[in-house]
Design a protein around this ligand. Structure first.
Ligand code: 6FA
Ligand code: ABL
Length: 541
């Protein structure tokens, strides 16, 4: 039982690749280290109030915030120091669900894409056809817990912002705001698991195996000859075999894919040396003569984000979602269980806005705001009303010039090695300017109060002393950047690893620079396009 394509990782990129390859008749094996997630996939991690239903923590959008207060958060990868999903669906199973159709500028040459990738529309439309976004996820079409929208309208309109349905005009990202859009369907989390995976799974030429951990690819020089796993049912020594001309696609996410490349002898020499010094991993590392020096883990970016916390008397903070797992508001829980309508049909975000800024280096950078009722932490010496709290996360998105580095330590734990936020002082200056613009409008909104930072702290002081770990947006891209030059890129314009015949990457790590919005929409479009490119490439199965 050998395969045409082995795909490593059933996350955003891997599932879409698996569906498109199996659709055209290729014999596809999709391997995932984690297990079931949503009810449809036999997941059974249910809140007490949803016991006995097929509505798991991952199905019910309103349980999203409870991921951060769970005493046993088994779903986060335990061997990566930042947040990543290690279960079926990867990040798409546990992310906030914000879903933006990518913009033309996201794929521009200026934004780091090689020429030939600008015409993304066909692929983005293919994604939209399978997985349309919604900005009113409740099955009754109503919006719930919307007080922050009214407040933001009062704050943004005087500053020249225009209200729109955000995904109706993806390219409009300057001075715009609207209701948050999600990849939810029928009041439940959808994403690639509920769509692409379902069509793949009915095909006889498609096989999905969970709880299979891939450590490396076996290779003979530039040819991958097998995939090394911990599952001996897949082949002698756990090695999965390929058909002649078979191909391997790594879709294990920014940290997971990089770690597999390092263990396969591909990457910077310091990372490969760590593998060589690790007794268990060293056994399978190719001899040094076969190492391929590529900038895996370099060129990494993530949006720097700064949170502001406000109160407004109209706002219902929803107790910061603290009780949603054990003790939700009874009427809201009952309404959701009845027909997937109400507050629980949405995750926490309610409003998004964007504005373009010109940096002193001539580069345009975009600020994104995400607003939600509730607040994770408040830092003020002033009294405030906790039931009226809301949080605005301000992100710097497309145009970010700072880059960091990710990699592993001697125990092969994945981690940032150089933080990517505010390495370039112009990124910081632009986000500061954006935050100050927002804050300057507070006085025009009756009873709107900024509580973090409080009125004893300047915005400069707040941003200057911000804990870098809290600036993380979980949007890591660029670790296996696409490009034309193997000194600066890891995969070529067909998503093939430089120096390899039959090894590819399809996930967030090939994306060279951040898009304007949260990235999963762009990753899906990239997965469609990269799969088409790989299929068109001569020499395959
Ligand atoms: N992106 C958005 O667009 N909107 C959001 O609201 C949003 N929110 C969040 C969020 O709230 C959190 C907490 C996090 C962590 C991320 C968020 N993101 C959001 C980002 C988005 O989810 C990620 O950018 C996206 O999931 C990345 O897609 P990839 O395809 O690159 O990678 P995944 O992590 O989804 O999938 C990798 C899969 O490979 C996982 O299923 C993993 O278990 C598997 N895997 C890893 N190593 C493996 C190995 N060695 N062997 C086998 N399987 C492996
Ligand atoms: C994203 O894209 C980010 O990756 C998440 O960090 C963000 O969620 C979601 N979307 C939704 O906007 C926030 C939560 O709302 C906070 O409660 C949490 O403290 C934060 O993530 C932690 O990173």
């Amino acid at each position: 039982s050998a395969y045409d394509y082995v795909i490593v990782g059933a996350g955003v990129g891997g599932i879409i690749a698996a569906d498109r390859l199996s659709e055209v008749g290729k014999k596809v094996l999709l391997l995932e280290r984690g297990g079931p997630s949503t009810g449809e996939t036999s997941g059974d991690y249910n809140a007490p109030w949803a016991a006995g239903t097929n509505l798991t923590k991952f199905d019910i959008p309103g349980l999203y915030e409870s991921e951060f207060s769970d005493p046993d958060p088994w779903y986060w990868c335990q061997d990566i120091t930042v947040k990543a999903g290690c279960l079926l669906g990867g990040g798409a199973t546990l992310n906030g669900g914000l879903y933006w159709y990518p913009t033309d500028a996201d794929f521009s040459v200026e934004n780091g894409w090689p020429s030939g990738w600008q015409d993304h529309a066909q692929y983005t439309n293919a994604v939209i056809a399978r997985l349309p976004s919604t900005d009113h996820p409740s099955t009754d079409g109503q919006r719930y817990l919307e007080q922050t929208f009214g407040v933001m309208q009062q704050l943004l309109e005087p500053q020249g912002y225009r209200h729109l349905t955000i995904n109706d005009e993806p390219n409009s990202k300057d001075h715009v705001y609207g209701h948050s859009a999600f990849d939810f369907i029928d009041g439940k989390r959808a994403g690639p698991v509920a769509t692409y995976l379902q069509t793949a799974e009915v095909r006889p030429n498609f096989t999905y195996k969970d709880f299979v951990y891939v450590s490396s690819v076996m290779r003979n020089g530039s040819q991958v000859t097998g995939v090394r796993t911990n599952d001996t049912s897949l082949g002698a020594g756990g090695v999965v075999s390929l058909n002649p001309n078979g191909r391997v696609i790594l879709s294990s996410g920014s940290y997971g894919t990089s770690r597999i490349l390092f263990q396969s002898g591909i990457g910077p020499s310091d990372m490969l040396a760590l593998v060589k010094n690790n007794t268990e991993a060293a056994v399978h590392l190719p001899p040094q003569s076969q190492w391929i020096n590529l900038p895996v883990g370099m060129n990494v970016s993530d949006n720097p984000s700064i949170k502001l916390v406000f109160t407004h008397p109209s706002v219902d903070s929803y107790e910061n979602w603290a009780d949603v797992w054990t003790d939700p508001r009874p009427a809201d829980a009952a309404q959701y269980l009845k027909n997937q309508s109400g507050v629980f049909a949405s995750s926490s975000a309610r409003v998004n806005f964007w504005r373009a800024y010109a940096g002193s280096d001539g580069i345009t950078r975009f600020m994104q705001g995400t607003v939600r009722p509730g607040a994770g932490s408040v830092n003020t010496t002033n009294p405030y009303n906790a039931s009226q709290l809301f949080t605005m996360t301000t992100y710097l998105s497309q145009g970010v010039t700072s880059r960091g580095r990710l990699g592993i330590n001697g125990s092969l734990t994945g981690m940032p090695l150089v933080n990517p936020w505010f390495q370039d002082p112009i990124d910081k200056a632009v986000l500061l300017e954006g935050i100050k613009d927002i804050v300057s409008g507070i006085a025009t909104v009756p009873n709107l109060t900024l509580v973090t930072p409080d009125n004893h702290t300047t915005i400069d002081a707040y941003v200057n002393s911000y804990n870098p770990a809290s600036m993380n947006s979980n949007h890591w891209v660029g670790a296996a950047k696409i490009g034309t030059d193997p000194t600066t890129a890891v995969v070529d314009t067909d998503a093939r690893v430089f120096g390899m015949n039959n090894l590819f990457v399809i996930d967030a790590s090939i994306i060279p620079a951040l898009p304007m919005g949260n990235p999963q929409g762009m990753i899906m479009s990239v997965a469609e396009r990269a799969t088409a490119k790989i299929l068109a490439l001569a020499g395959g199965p």
